[in-house]
Design a binder for this molecule. Structure first.
Ligand SMILES: NC(=O)c1ccc[n+]([C@@H]2O[C@H](COP(=O)([O-])OP(=O)(O)OC[C@H]3O[C@@H](n4cnc5c(N)ncnc54)[C@H](O)[C@@H]3O)[C@@H](O)[C@H]2O)c1
Length: 452
């Protein structure tokens, strides 16, 4: 029995509630998809590279309000030998994407715009019955998350959060180990986003120099410096939780027999971005006078109904090498990402680390074994290929989205909750149950079990 049959049979028999966000109307098997993309900036173009490399996707419509980015994306489609796509937004109309959604030949749309646009664009797309693959995050406010969820439930339009780190090879091997009980019963998980973004949040504004080229942002900046920096000035919280929490939530079976119950966040003082600007431009540059609300290191703790704790850290404004800092710890042992170490009691030398790669080679996830060659060369070490493959294949055969609406809103709502916690003096808050009780009956079936 394949995954879809299993889901349908289970749902029909009333034994599973996993298919509850899936509408059979979209289950028309198709061999090829016609996709649109809203936001053809650096991320959109990179995702499109993976999509254009497949034989089963045609990019038929693109929307961006920045003509340079739009033109580059059109050129990429043409270079791949596909017909020139319809374009929208070159006139600067921020709502031009709605005209794209009116096209009658779209099988789905990828949203890769600034965060504040994700919820309104996804809601409009779902209302127009255009399936959505949305870049992280799902929304800004807690209300956004409920609105995205309700729209999905009311329209039945497929929605997937394109959380690529869930597909990282070591993360999937660790999940495979956890599923096979190698770590024993899981007790504690860690993850985060620890990436020096100072040179992303400020640049020269030149379209060919998006990284580390200057100290401008907003209208004078380019790409993420145009919009992301403002969030550091105005907001304090874990603004980018899904790369860390996605894998942890999979490991802990969140929304499928488990759920987040309580959350708090602590934020350090903000020094990194100010010091960077003074260092680069001197104390008299106007941007050296900026005040940043966003603490340099934001630490979030989450409790789960089944007794696990999860720790997330956002650390993007200080000098540091990249690390998502995963830790998967159970009654029999643990994996720690940062030292590339696995220790399993009775198998590893006492009180010593094994090289994690030895374990990961043995427990390489079947999906990676199957697709490693195809994914090689795609963005972020291949995981971008996997997340798009999940979206495309599920849409083609009418499967439920591999990372579904409950995952999306649960992971992404950490942001407004952490802002609320910090604003309230690092208060511990109840975590909303977006499944409204369904988490108890939903079974642990994910993306990673799909077979594609
Ligand atoms: N999953 C990942 O690994 C990953 C990596 C990078 C970025 N991202 C996410 O992708 C998204 C885009 O990031 P980016 O780096 O490409 O930023 P970017 O600034 O390079 O691209 C965003 C594009 O959206 C366009 N845009 C803004 N408002 C618009 C509107 N109303 N209509 C149409 N287009 C509009 C901009 O002109 C810009 O070209 C963000 O949400 C970011 O967090 C995810």
């Amino acid at each position: 029995m394949n995954r879809r049959d299993f889901l349908l049979t289970g749902a029909a028999a009333g034994t599973l509630a996993v298919a509850d966000t899936w509408t059979p109307a979209f289950a028309r098997p198709r061999s090829k998809l016609r996709l649109g993309m809203i936001g053809t900036g650096l991320r959109g173009q990179s995702l499109m590279g993976s999509l254009l490399g497949r034989g089963d996707v045609e990019m038929v419509a693109l929307c961006d309000i920045e003509p340079i980015m739009l033109a580059r994306a059109v050129a990429a489609v043409e270079k791949a030998g596909q017909a020139t796509p319809r374009t929208f937004g070159a006139d600067g109309d921020v709502h031009a994407y709605r005209r794209l959604l009116e096209l009658d030949n779209l099988d789905g749309v990828i949203i890769a715009t600034p965060w504040e646009w994700h919820a309104p664009m996804a809601i409009d797309a779902m209302q127009a019955k255009v399936p959505v693959g949305c870049e992280v995050v799902a929304g800004i406010t807690l209300q956004d998350h409920w609105d995205v969820l309700r729209t999905q439930q009311e329209t039945g339009t497929p929605y997937m959060l394109l959380e690529n780190v869930c597909y990282r090879r070591d993360v999937m091997a660790a999940l495979n180990m956890a599923r096979q009980g190698v770590f024993g019963e899981l007790v504690h998980l860690q993850g985060g986003y620890q990436h020096d973004l100072r040179g992303v949040k400020f640049n020269s504004g030149h379209p060919d120099e998006p990284y580390g080229s200057g100290v401008e942002f907003g209208d004078k900046g380019w790409s993420e410096a145009r919009w992301r920096t403002r969030h550091s000035i105005e907001r304090n919280g874990d603004l980018y939780p899904s790369h860390g929490i996605g894998p942890c939530a999979h490991l802990a079976n969140v929304n499928r027999g488990n759920r987040f119950t309580r959350i708090n966040s602590f934020a350090s003082k903000a020094r990194g971005l100010h010091d960077y600007l003074v260092d680069k431009a001197g104390p008299d540059h106007p941007n050296a006078k900026l005040k940043f609300a966003h603490g340099d290191v934001v630490t979030t703790q989450i409790a789960c109904a089944n007794g696990e704790t999860i720790l997330l850290q956002l650390d993007v404004s200080l000098p540091r090498p990249y690390s998502l800092d995963f830790r998967v710890q159970g009654t029999e042992g643990l994996w720690m990402d940062v030292n590339n170490g696995v220790h399993i009691e009775g198998k590893s030398p006492p009180h010593k680390w094994d090289d994690a790669q030895e374990w990961f080679a043995k427990y390489d996830h079947p999906l990676w074994k199957k697709h490693a060659e195809t994914a090689a060369g795609a963005g972020h070490g291949g995981m971008d290929w996997f997340v798009l493959n999940g979206f495309v294949e599920a849409l083609k055969i009418g499967d439920p989205m591999p990372i579904d609406i409950y995952d999306a809103v649960t992971w992404s709502a950490i942001t407004p909750l952490s802002e609320q916690s910090i604003a309230g003096g690092f208060e511990t808050l109840d975590f909303p149950d977006f499944t409204e009780g369904k988490w108890k009956a939903r079974k642990p079936i994910f993306a990673l079990d799909s077979g594609y």
